[in-house]
Every structure is written in C-alpha cells, then in structure tokens.
Design a protein around this ligand. Structure first.
Ligand SMILES: [Zn+2]
Length: 305
C-alpha cells in the first residue's frame, strides 16, 4: 500500500530524489538543484547576506511550491537576484525570460521569517517562468496566471488557508470585471483587467475544465501540458498557441473557446451568482461555505489538486 502511494506521488510529480542541498559559491552566490533544475541566488548586499539562511530557505520554499504545482520546476535554470531596499517586506519582483531566465526581487533590509512566510512575490515571479513570452496585448494572460496560480499553489502547500484564498478571491476578483467603456482582455490594458481580469479568466477555465472532466482534470493539467509543449519562459509564442496546447493536454475544449469569448468582448461575469453556485460567500469578512450548492464539489477540490 505504501509503495503504491509513493508511486502515485511520484507520478503526480510531487517528489524529488532528495531534499535539495544549498551550496555556497564564492561569497555572494548560492545555488541548489531541484529535480534537475539549477536555481542560483545572488545576494550582493552585506546586510541582506547576514540573513542568508532565512532568505535561501524562502527561495527554496518558493521553488518547491512552483515545482509542486507544475510537477517540475518550469525552466532548466534561473538566477535569482535579491536586491536590498528599505523596510521589512518583500517589495517588488520581476521575471525576465529568454535563454537564461532570471528573477529580480527587492527585499527589505529588516525582513524577518514571518514576512517571508507571508510573501507572495517570489512565487508569483516563478510562475511567470512557466509561461512563454507573449505579445503585449496578452499581458493579462501572464499576470492573471501568476495571480491565480500563486494563490492556488501556496494553498496546496498549506502556506495559505482555504479561508484566506476565498476571502482574497471574493474581495479582489471584482477588480477584474469590465468597467464602462472596456473592451475585451486583449484590448483593455488597465491594471484591474490585466491582473484580476486575467485571474478571472483562469478561475473560469479551471472550473469549466473540472466540470467537463468530472473533477478529474484542472487548469493545472492544462498548464503542465503547456510546459510539455515547450512553452516555458524560454520560448515566445501567442496566447492562442498556449491555449491550444492546454486544451490538448486536458482533452476538453475550454481555453480556446473562453479566449474567443473574452479577448474582444467585455464579457461581464455575475460573480455573486458564481460564488453562490460554488457555495462560498463572505459575511463580515468571514467565509461561509454551503455544501449543498450545485458546484460545491468543484470548490472543495479547487485548492487541493
Ligand atoms: Zn507578474
């Protein structure tokens, strides 16, 4: 039984041979191997370097979170540059693609383990590594995916509770809805439509894939298929090619038809009705679940696998 369980875990991509060992290279660079991917970390600032133990643990945790969601780390190698800024938080990050992807993150000099435990920035940037470069009009795909997958991936690793994710989604997702005068996602490059309009696209796709496959497949399988097709941040492509690869992986036509509906049309969504159908609602910022709701079986699985 145990052996079967271990095999199942291995097939689901949740295991690597051994806990990665962090190597020290020179006085400002560190590295570890995660399931065949090389992650190097550069900390130039001496103040930040004094916190290297907690910082390297945070990079490793973030990489493992992304590995767990995608079943692998998305690229063969990435260089993570940690830059010092004022304060005690992780402030800002950016991922750069191409042949040698790298991620730059600004970290406050007073950062502590609690701030790193709460951080979402590095997982967000590492999710960017799992998607090809696409033309600027599809920026919503990149930012929406990073916004949505970051929450789901962290919940799957128990770094966010279900309560935190649903509260976050219910409070923030309305920012992705079309405003007066907005057009489709490809034609409305506002902050709300880019980050939360993109996240709404991802959530609708995740729900629809689960509906059509009896909860057996999800957006995660589609995104793993996109990586299988070689469309990580090493590559450049179009949104349509990404969605075709995703639909091929799940065997159901969801991403392409949803993209056709949302790319040029404002496509308003009745979020209140959707939360009710999923059986999740907010009352005084507390999440209330309704297990009798028609899609509660999908909501229960959404943050799990
Ligand atoms: Zn981003």
């Amino acid at each position: 039984m145990l052996r079967i369980l271990v095999m199942l875990l291995a097939f689901s991509g949740g295991l690597y041979a051994a806990e990665p060992k962090i190597e020290t290279i020179g006085d400002r660079e560190f590295a570890f191997d995660l399931d065949g991917s090389r992650i190097s970390i550069e900390i130039r600032d001496p103040v930040l370097r004094r916190k290297k133990d907690i910082l390297l643990e945070w990079v490793l945790y973030s990489a493992k979170t992304v590995h767990h969601y995608y079943g692998r780390f998305p690229v063969d190698s990435v260089h993570v540059k940690l830059m010092v800024v004022d304060g005690g938080k992780v402030r800002f990050g950016r991922a750069f693609g191409g042949e040698k992807p790298f991620v730059r993150v600004d970290v406050g000099e007073d950062v502590d383990p609690e701030a790193l435990r709460r951080d979402w920035v590095l997982v967000h940037e590492m999710v960017h590594l799992a998607m090809a470069n696409v033309p600027q009009e599809h920026a919503w795909l990149l930012e929406g995916l990073a916004t949505y997958v970051e929450s789901i991936a962290r919940a799957q690793r128990d770094h966010l509770t279900e309560e935190q994710v649903w509260r976050y989604f219910i409070e923030r997702m309305p920012q992705g809805l079309p405003q007066a005068g907005d057009r489709g996602l490809d034609q409305t490059p506002t902050w709300g439509r880019t980050y939360w309009g993109g996240a709404l696209f991802c959530m609708l796709a995740d729900i629809e894939i689960r509906k059509l496959t009896d909860n057996r497949k999800s957006l995660r399988d589609a995104l793993r298929g996109v990586l299988d097709a070689g469309l990580s941040m090493h590559a450049s492509t179009t949104a349509m090619k990404v969605f075709e690869a995703g639909d091929r992986a799940t065997g159901v036509a969801v991403l392409v038809p949803l993209y056709q509906k949302m790319k040029a049309d404002p496509y308003p969504v009745d979020l209140e009705a959707l939360w009710s159908a999923l059986g999740v609602n907010l009352q005084n910022r507390k999440v209330i679940y309704d297990d009798q709701a028609p899609m509660s079986h999908i909501r229960k699985r959404l943050l799990k696998s």
